[in-house]
Design a binder for this molecule. Sequence first.
Ligand SMILES: Cc1cc2nc3c(=O)[nH]c(=O)nc-3n(C[C@H](O)[C@H](O)[C@H](O)COP(=O)(O)OP(=O)(O)OC[C@H]3O[C@@H](n4cnc5c(N)ncnc54)[C@H](O)[C@@H]3O)c2cc1C
Length: 456
Amino acid sequence: MTDHVTIVGAGPAGSMLSILLARQGLSVTMYESRPDMRTSDISAGRSINLALATRGIEALSEVGVMSEVEEILIPMMGRLIHDDGGGISMQLYGNRPHEYINSVSRTALTSILLDAAEATGRVEINFDMRCQGVDFEGGVLHFTGSTSGEVSHVPFTTVFGTDGSASAVRDALLEVNDGSVVLEPLVHGYKELTMPTGSDGGSQIEREALHIWPRRDFMLIALPDLEGSFTVTLFLANEGPVDSFEYLASGGDVPGFFEEHFADFAPLVPDLAEQFTTHPHGHLATVRTTGWTHDSRAVILGDASHGVVPFHGQGMNAAFESCIVLDACMRDYPGDWATAFAEFEKGRKPDTDAIADMAVANYVEMSSSVVDERYQLKRTVALELDRLWPEQFTPRYAMVMFQTIPYAEVQRRAALQGEVLEQLTGGLTDIDEVDWAAAEKMVAELDFNQASDTGA
Ligand SMILES: Cc1cc2nc3c(=O)[nH]c(=O)nc-3n(C[C@H](O)[C@H](O)[C@H](O)COP(=O)(O)OP(=O)(O)OC[C@H]3O[C@@H](n4cnc5c(N)ncnc54)[C@H](O)[C@@H]3O)c2cc1C
């Protein structure tokens, strides 16, 4: 056992974890490949702003930063759908006043965590140092200065890998623990654009909403920024003869694409074509790893072990929750980190696999189902069931975003509830046609505990 530990990667997961480890009385040295975002004008990297929901909020409260974080949140009460005829409609996220999600700047949020980490007096952060590999036998981490190119070798006893989806710690770990990683790339990529404020300095579209322009094979979404601008993300096929990043990057008509598919959006971004040409095209993948640990020497978490596609807005929320789960495992097995880390993987992996599946499924929901009449009917009925029998029925979205039921359990309950919704709405077109007596009986028969005991 050591009282000094090393973290590689000072993103959301690493910075939160460093606070938790410091609170265990450990002294922490953290290495980050990028410059300090609090003092240098670097791009936020992937996604300028993120949706923060209950799981993330609980973790941020646990490390004592939530009052500061609240200052930088913008509530998003629901999805504001922009249909292709120019119409808009709001789909509230839940029935209750607290059932909304929040838009937050990745840079501002991570900066709060880094400040809190340093304020513990036990965390030292080294920026501009990229981990190149881990020698477990020799107990040495290899780094290269991101700007200087200088090579250094740093001794370590236990390393926590929070270095994101292309994790160098993970690569080294899997060589010694017989684990494996599968990257499941999505055929869609993304590009971020900025919708500026209007001439009056205010937002050009409703501020307290997550905007979606669903177009089935692709979609635009927009999340509000504190300044009144919006961060807009286009999700589109990477390749293809038309309507793809490949097509648009190789001479396709960019203004024409936006005017054809997003006619109400295009005029709101005067330099749309220029932004489109100069902003990077990002790729998306699910990261599924087996073998998150190596004895008491190493453990990986966050996107390094369980990266998900962004369509449920849960990657960072899940990474924060993983930090809390790992911290609890370490407290449960004081002095025996090998067991603590192994228990962490055993308990957490079914949940991260479940949110990975639900995040992929949510792409279809966001990009096409939201305008599908049958989906809308099921969603309205689900909200009504939740309103009438809240103890028995909670829509899947609410379980993921507003509760902390383990993700695997959410997935299981949602499948059972999905069958109820299917039966209740089959052949119907309007909520007034629902047989509420049958609904009451079906909902009462939803016995999650019993199903769990029998392994069903
Ligand atoms: C377009 C998009 C939208 C998203 N929207 C949401 C959302 O709305 N809500 C949500 O919860 N999640 C969202 N996510 C997911 C979220 O961004 C990630 O799940 C989250 O950032 C994971 O945090 P992390 O700390 O594990 O990894 P990262 O954020 O990737 O942080 C890893 C850190 O390690 C550093 N690093 C990398 N390699 C090395 C190395 N070799 N040596 C040293 N340092 C290294 C990196 O610079 C970085 O600072 C989104 C992702 C994308 C791509």
